[in-house]
Every structure is written in C-alpha cells, then in structure tokens.
Ligand binder design. Sequence first.
Ligand SMILES: Cc1ncc(COP(=O)(O)O)c(C=O)c1O
Length: 389
Amino acid sequence: VSPELPSPLQMQRRTGRKWRRYGPDVLPAWIADMDFLPAPAIGEAVMEAVATGDFGYGPTTAASGVPEAFARWARRRWGWDVDPAWVQLMPDVVGGLANCVEALTEPGDGVLVQTPIYPPFLATVAAAGRRLVAHPLVDGRIDLQDLDRTLRARPATLLLLCNPHNPTGRCFTVDELQGLLEIAETHGLTVVADEVHADLVYAGHRHIPFASLSPQAARRTVTLNSASKAFNTAGLRTAVWVASDPGLRARLLALPSTRWNAFSTIGVRATLAAWSDEGEEWLHGCVGHLQRMRGLIGERLACAPVKAAWTPPEAGYLAWLDFRGSGLGDDPASWLLDKARVALSPGPEFGAPGQGFARLNFATSQDVLGQILSRIEQALLSDRVEASR
Ligand SMILES: Cc1ncc(COP(=O)(O)O)c(C=O)c1O
C-alpha cells in the first residue's frame, strides 16, 4: 500500500520549511522531508500523547524502550546484533555528528568525509575548527588506493561515513566497507557512521551497518540512526547513537548531558511505533512507492529532449542529477528555481564535486513528481530554443 498523501488543504496548513520557504507557485523538492502522511501507528502514538497530556519530561534512555526496539530492528532489518546497553537517545543525527566530532577529536585534527556530501558534514567540521579532509567519490564509488594516498599526505583521526550515502544514494558494498575498514585500521581512524537512510534501500541492494562488519569494525565505530528519514518524523527530534566500545561510550557520555538528553517525549513514542511490526508494514509500502517514483524519473530522463544524467539511487529518495551537459553553470538549482519554479538542493553546497549538480527529492505523489519533471523539461527546452535563435 502506498503511503497516503495529505490533501492540498492539509499541505497548506503545514508549517515545515519544505512547504513554506518558497511561494505557492514553487514546487518544493529540496530538504529531505517526504510529503506523505505518517504511518498510522505513528499517528496513533502521537494522538495517545495528546490524549493523555504526555508533554512533560520524557523517560530516560534506559526506561524508554527505544534501545530494545532498536536492537530488535537492527537484527531484523540488517542482521546486526546490538546490545541495548550500547544505545543512547539523542535529539537528532546532525547534532550527534557535531557531538562526536567534539568528543572524539582535538582541534586541528583531520576529519575525513567523502564528497559530494550532505552539507552539515562539511559545516560540522568547519564549526568545530577541525581540518577537513575531503575525498571525492568516483561515480559514487570509493577509490580506496587514492584514499590511502590522500591520508598519507593529509592525516585524519575520524571518518564521518554516510552510508547509505547522501546525495549519491550509494549503498556501499561489503567489499567497499571492508576496504574502508582496512584503511581505518591502517590510519587509526575512528568511524562515525550516519546510517539514517538505512531503511530506504531498494531491491537488489542491502544495507550493511559498518559496525556489523566485524568486532574490529565495531570497536572503532559509533553508529547514528533515527526513524526520522524513513518514517518522516524529523520534527519529532529523536535519534540514537550506538557504540559497543566502552571507551568510545565514555568519551561521548563525558559531554554535558544536555547534548544528548533533549530528545522528545513524543518522539520516543513515535520511534517505538516506527520500529515495530506495524511500522515495518507501512515502510514496505513507502519504499515500494519510492521505488516507482525512482523508476518514473529514469523513464522521463531517458526520453527527455534535454541533458540531465543520473545514476539511480540504491537507497533514499534523493536523486543526484548531473546537469553539466545542459550549460546551466555551477548551480543548476538556482537556474531551475528561477526558470522552472521548482526548488531542488544546490549541488555546490555538497562540496566541490557538486558543481553542476542538483539534488531532487522525489518523496511525493506521482502527480507532483510528474509536474516537477515537466517544469524542468520545459524550462530546459525553452532555454535551448532561445539559445538557438
Ligand atoms: C545523511 C543524513 N544525516 C542526517 C540527516 C538529518 O537527520 P536529523 O534530522 O536526525 O539530524 C539527514 C537528513 O536529510 C541526512 O540525509
């Protein structure tokens, strides 16, 4: 069953920035929120909080039930054995990244990221005063030999891994991850693995938690996850980090407790509903719908009279579109906002390899996605006609 869409009236009443940042004539396909209504189990969980006035300070991590729910989910979804004692609640993954950089590195340390990359990775390293070691992916793949050479020249102590990867949608293979682990061991890297897109993997691919590779991998890894992407609950401010190594856990827990404890009482309820059998059933329908939307983009790009190249994502609802053949300059999203009245995420925000790219969020209805693609095609076509005059 496909996820339900809000009515146009419901959509107008939303306050979220995806729908409010631009005027009503712009179709929003930028920030990673989905248009869909939540899983019924999540709606019921939130209504139960409303019905009981459960708006006070929430449970502690240990009493919340979330560590046990995540452990069950991780085993079931990815075959990863997690001890609930390794799990700590926090408000959000991006805050978790910043906390990990602060707790696990020293000022001036190198932090490795794989570009193009979800912009908060870059901002986090810069804000913490750490040295960015940006290693470009090659068509979404890791060039391990080149990475080894890069780290010899520009050492790092931490890898911020994004798997599945935003914006390329790569779901790294076991061989790639093993190669990365060898490099982490050689160069003494701690790994912070942002796996927030792990539940949005398409047929033919498999999410492999980095920490599940081996006990050696687990010892150097902190995993960040949340129901926020797959279940569209980013505003409910609840996420988790997982570390099996007591030393890593101690360093993270040495930060002021406010860094972790500001998760939401309602978010805990929603997360328990997400990581449940009912949640999984909804997720199944959602991923099926997203896979059809991904197919629609492929069909339209294949027969479009204009040039935009892409590699379909293996996970996630973000299409990384390569407009370098269309003559739109470094920031096609700005051109598309102006000429097509569609809002995509600007490629250059994802680091230097993002120049000439834009990221399209396709978590919407077939109708809206069709309109977005038509507007892009028409704007590119009229530009070509003008240019040939
Ligand atoms: C890779 C990645 N990490 C983190 C986030 C945001 O997660 P949170 O809202 O929990 O900070 C996103 C959202 O798009 C994402 O793509």
